[in-house]
Ligand binder design. Structure first.
Ligand SMILES: [Zn+2]
Ligand SMILES: [Zn+2]
Ligand SMILES: [Zn+2]
Length: 403
């Protein structure tokens, strides 16, 4: 099973550039342009409670069937159906509940956002924040959302990360029921986060009936971050089209980074330079051999604690890859953030139309024609021929290719 070429790729968990004071007109178009280069066909707006970002977003998009369409060259075509050069956004945000769980919230339309925010304003300072802290727990959030509009979708975010992931070491819920009680059945999907993949999540029987989605959690509007993880969907023209795929688990698959690349894969202490596999942490009672304090326990550790069966049987196809600058960095030994890495990324984008189409679909011999070493490394990625010094305690994994 593979992801069909007809799929669109959705990244519904991103953040705006507006948590601080920055805000410029024209940024919605810029963001849509970046998404196009990445190969995404649908973006979450992120940070919708932030008033500044919301004002810009609403002035630069048009709402149609619950999706926000970024203007084409001629400006928003008010009242008329979206055209081919317009780009769709889903109204979205991430919130932090008082139990420290992060959740992505998808909102059906602007009117609904207004009603929801009038309720959330009573439990948190929401207008200036990108990811507001709410003085109530996960169940209360879900109850408030469903009480506002049943089409609002709450998706627990990066569920295994040690800080703020609901199953992670810090928050430590052992199931959806523990967090959402009688409303757990209204949670249809969970987000894997970078340090886990669908197979790892399928080791949890309690996630059996759920859709496993992947998004980037990009904190900047940059090509390096947007869409590094994404969910493949059938093309949509409406908000209902998005959530029905999530609710019925009819998504077409996901794009993942290698879980070891994620910042919280193994256990460890960043400052002590200590990284340990779960079995080794257990031998020291989960204490750091350098400073004797409790280790930051990673995703692998929590999955092993909670898993209910050994082998994961994934239900949806997924592709494991890496952003092109990371591949360039490992293949050529230049920094991922350097101008050279970006130049090579641009070459692949212009050759194949987008980064994801180069990574996922381009024939290997054509990849090699753009850049032989990087082309070979992309092919190695597809075959999983990658060795990674795994990430831990907010240190990203380091990638090496094995041919
Ligand atoms: Zn988060
Ligand atoms: Zn986030
Ligand atoms: Zn330590």
């Amino acid at each position: 099973m593979t992801i069909p070429k007809s799929a669109i790729f959705a990244d519904l968990h991103i953040h705006s550039n507006y948590c601080g004071n920055l805000s410029k007109k024209g940024d919605v178009l810029k963001l849509a342009g970046l998404a196009g280069k990445k190969g995404l066909g649908l973006l979450g707006t992120g940070d919708l409670t932030n008033r500044r970002w919301r004002e810009i977003l609403y002035s630069e998009t048009c709402e149609s069937d619950g999706l926000q369409w970024a203007e084409g060259r001629s400006g928003p075509a008010r009242g008329s159906p979206p055209t081919a050069d317009e780009f769709p956004f889903v109204l979205s945000m991430e919130v932090c509940c008082s139990d420290k769980s992060h959740h992505v919230v998808l909102i059906p339309d602007r009117d609904c956002a207004k009603t929801l925010f009038s309720k959330l304003a009573k439990v948190g300072k929401i207008e200036k924040m990108g990811r507001p802290f709410l003085h109530f727990g996960s169940r209360a959030l879900l109850e408030t959302c469903l009480g506002t509009d049943k089409k609002i979708e709450v998706i627990p975010a990066h569920v295994w990360t040690p800080h703020f992931g609901m199953f992670g070491e810090g928050v430590h819920y052992g199931s959806l029921e523990e967090a959402f009680g009688d409303l757990a059945g209204r949670i249809h999907a969970v987000e894997t986060g970078l340090s886990s993949d669908p197979e790892m999540n399928r080791r949890m029987a309690f996630l059996n009936a759920r859709t496993i989605v992947s998004f980037s959690d990009a904190h900047s509007h940059s090509l390096a971050r947007l869409g590094r993880e994404a969910t493949a969907m059938k093309k949509v023209k409406s908000y209902s089209g998005v959530i029905s795929q999530i609710r019925k688990n009819s998504i077409l698959g996901t794009v993942e980074v290698f879980p070891a690349f994620g910042k919280y894969h193994l256990d460890g202490h960043r400052n002590c330079g200590v990284s340990l596999a779960p079995a080794d942490s257990l031998k020291t009672g989960n204490l750091c051999p350098e400073c004797s304090k409790r280790l930051t326990l990673g995703v692998e550790h929590r999955i092993e604690e909670l898993q209910s069966r050994a082998a994961g049987r994934t239900k949806k196809p997924y592709v494991t890859t890496l952003p092109i600058p990371e591949i360039v960095s490992a293949a050529l030994g230049v920094g991922a953030g350097t101008a050279k890495a970006e130049r090579i990324q641009e070459k692949f984008i212009s050759a194949f139309g987008s980064e994801l189409s180069a990574l996922l679909f381009a024939p290997e011999e054509e990849l090699a024609r753009v850049d032989p070493a990087v082309g070979r490394a992309i092919a190695a990625c597809r075959r999983g021929k990658v060795a990674i010094d795994a990430g831990y305690d907010s240190v990203y994994g380091k990638v090496k290719f094995v041919s």
